[in-house]
Design a protein around this ligand. Structure first.
Ligand code: HEC
Ligand code: HEC
Length: 312
C-alpha cells in the first residue's frame, strides 16, 4: 500500500481522524490533571485574534511566520493535535513552567526565549524578536490554552514521558528494521517525509535538509525515543516496545541533518561545547559517516530573506 496514491483530501481527513483518537495518558500519581479549553472556544475581539494567529502559526508557520522558518515542518509535527496532546509536550503544560532555568544555555529563560529556540533549532530557522507579532501570538495561544491551570506545577502529560534506560544499547540495524516495518510508509524510505497536493507537509522529514537541525531537542536519542514511544506510529502510540523506540530513535538520529546553528567552524570544538553523552551522535562516526561533518549550514547562519517575504 502506498499513501502517495491517496488523494490529499482523503489523507488530511484520515489524519484528523487519527489525531482525534490517540493514546490514553497514564498520569504520574501526584501530577494534577488538566483539560485545555475546547478548540472552538477562542474568544472574539483583539485577544482572540492574537490567539487565533498563534494557532495559525503553530499549524502553518511557513504561511504565517515564514521569515523565521527554514524547513517544512510545523510546530504540530512534534506537538501533536495543535499542541494539545498530552505526552507530546503540550502547550498548556509548558505555559505554566516558564520562566525556567535551562542547562542548554545556562540561564533562566523566559517563555519568549524558549519559543525563539524552537524556531532556531526545531524549525531550522531564525529567531523572531521577543516583541514580534509571531512571539506575542504564540504566547497568547499558550496562555489561552492554559486557562485555569495551576502555575509552576508539572501537569500530567507535560513534556514527553521519559523512558527507563534501554535494556540493550540502541542499535542501528535493529532500528532500521523497525523503521522499514513501521515508519517508512508515512515518512518515506529516505526519511524525507511526504507532502500533500498543497505542498504542505503531510508527513514530516525525520532526517536530511528538511528536518530539525543538530541543535534541536529531537536530535537526542533519549528525547526522540520518548516522543516516538508515546506517539508513533501516528495514532498507535505505545505499540512499540521501549527497546524498539530506542533503536528506531538511534537509527533516525544516525543520519545527517542541517548543521547546529552554534557550529563554531570546527566539528570537534562544537561537539565538545554542545554535545556528548551516549545518546547524542553529533560528531560520532556511525557506519563510516561522521555525523555533523557534512551538514548543510543552518538557516540562522544564512542571509535573511527579503522583506517582501515577511508574513508569507
Ligand atoms: C522536531 C520536533 C519539534 C518541532 C518541529 C517543534 N518542537 Fe517544540 N519541542 C520539541 C522538543 C523535543 C521539546 C522538548 C520537550 C522535552 O524535552 O520534554 C520541545 C519543547 C517545546 C516547548 C516547551 C515545552 C515544555 O513543556 O517545556 C515549547 C513551548 C515548544 N516546544 C514550542 C514549539 C513551537 C512554538 C514550535 C514551532 C515554532 C515548536 N515547538 C516546534 C520538539 C519540537
Ligand atoms: C500513519 C503515518 C505515520 C506513521 C506510520 C509514522 N508516523 Fe511519525 N509522524 C506522522 C505525522 C503525520 C507526524 C506529524 C504529526 C502530525 O502532523 O500530527 C509524525 C511525526 C513524527 C516525528 C516528529 C516530527 C519529525 O519529523 O521529526 C517523529 C520523530 C516521528 N514521527 C517518528 C516516527 C517513527 C519512528 C515511526 C515508526 C515507528 C513513525 N513516525 C511512524 C505520521 C506517521
Amino acid at each position: 500500500m502506498s499513501l502517495r496514491h491517496i488523494p490529499a483530501a482523503a489523507t488530511a481527513g484520515a489524519l484528523m481522524l487519527t489525531l482525534a483518537l490517540g493514546t490514553a495518558w497514564a498520569a504520574s500519581p501526584d501530577a494534577p490533571a488538566f483539560t485545555p479549553p475546547a478548540a472552538d472556544a477562542i474568544p472574539s475581539g483583539p485577544f482572540g485574534e492574537a490567539v487565533r494567529l498563534g494557532q495559525d502559526i503553530f499549524l502553518n508557520p511557513q504561511k504565517f511566520a515564514g521569515r523565521y522558518v527554514g524547513n517544512s515542518m510545523t510546530c504540530a509535527s512534534c506537538h501533536l493535535d495543535a499542541g494539545r496532546r498530552a505526552g507530546s509536550a503540550p502547550l498548556w503544560a509548558a505555559y505554566v513552567l516558564y520562566p525556567a532555568y535551562r542547562s542548554k544555555n545556562g540561564h533562566v529563560n523566559t517563555l519568549a526565549e524558549r519559543l525563539q529556540g524552537c524556531f532556531v533549532y526545531s524549525m531550522n530557522g531564525r529567531m523572531p524578536p521577543t516583541d514580534s507579532k509571531t512571539i506575542v501570538a504564540l504566547e497568547s495561544y499558550m496562555y489561552w490554552m492554559a486557562k485555569g491551570a495551576p502555575t509552576g506545577v508539572k501537569l500530567a502529560g507535560q513534556g514527553f514521558p521519559r523512558l527507563a534506560e534501554p535494556q540493550h544499547t540502541p542499535d542501528y540495524v535493529r532500528g532500521q528494521k523497525v523503521y522499514t516495518a513501521r515508519c517508512a510508509l508515512c515518512h518515506g524510505a529516505q526519511g524525507t517525509g511526504r507532502r500533500d497536493a498543497t505542498a504542505r507537509t503531510a508527513f514530516p522529514a525525520l532526517w536530511g535538509d528538511d528536518s530539525y537541525n543538530w541543535g534541536a531537542g529531537m536530535h537526542s536519542i533519549k528525547t526522540a525515543a520518548a516522543f516516538i514511544h508515546a506517539n508513533m506510529p501516528l495514532s498507535q502510540g505505545g505499540t512499540l516496545s521501549e527497546q524498539q523506540a530506542w533503536d528506531v530513535a538511534y537509527f533516525i538520529n544516525a543520519h545527517e541533518r542541517p548543521q547546529d546553528p552554534r557550529f563554531a567552524g570546527n566539528l570537534a570544538a562544537t561537539t565538545k561545547a554542545h554535545h556528548g553523552g551516549k545518546y547524542d551522535l553529533y560528531g560520532q562516526t556511525v557506519n563510516g559517516v561522521t555525523l555533523g561533518a557534512r551538514s548543510t549550514p543552518s538557516t540562522s547562519t544564512l542571509p535573511d530573506k527579503a522583506e517582501s517575504q515577511v508574513g508569507k
